[in-house]
Design a protein around this ligand. Structure first.
Ligand SMILES: [Zn+2]
Length: 97
């Protein structure tokens, strides 16, 4: 009876299996595509690989936070350097670009 592919092992173990090019679920070696190539299903056991919902939410939040921080710091430095005649319109046009 074939084993049902499941992902019940720890994430560290799955990362180790992936680094050694083994199946994350069953630890078997299969005709694996090259590194950094995502396949839809494991060629050995058929386990379907799919990103979870919200996979990109963390990266999106970090990107928005970093961009906001750069904007605020740059705008603050520009305000301090150009005071008291602050060219708000040109500054915003340059920073929002
Ligand atoms: Zn597999």
């Amino acid at each position: 009876m074939p084993r049902t592919p499941t992902l019940t092992t720890s994430k560290a173990r799955m990362l180790g299996r992936g680094a050694t090019r083994r199946c994350a679920a069953l630890r078997h070696r299969a005709p694996v595509p090259p590194y950094f190539t995502m396949v839809d299903d494991c060629p050995g056991c058929g386990l379907h690989f799919e990103r979870e919902h919200g996979y990109w939410a963390g990266a999106l939040a970090i990107n928005i936070g970093a961009a906001s921080a750069v904007f605020i710091v740059t705008f603050g430095v520009a305000l301090v350097l150009t005071a008291p005649d602050i060219p708000v319109g040109p500054l915003l046009a340059i920073l929002i670009r």
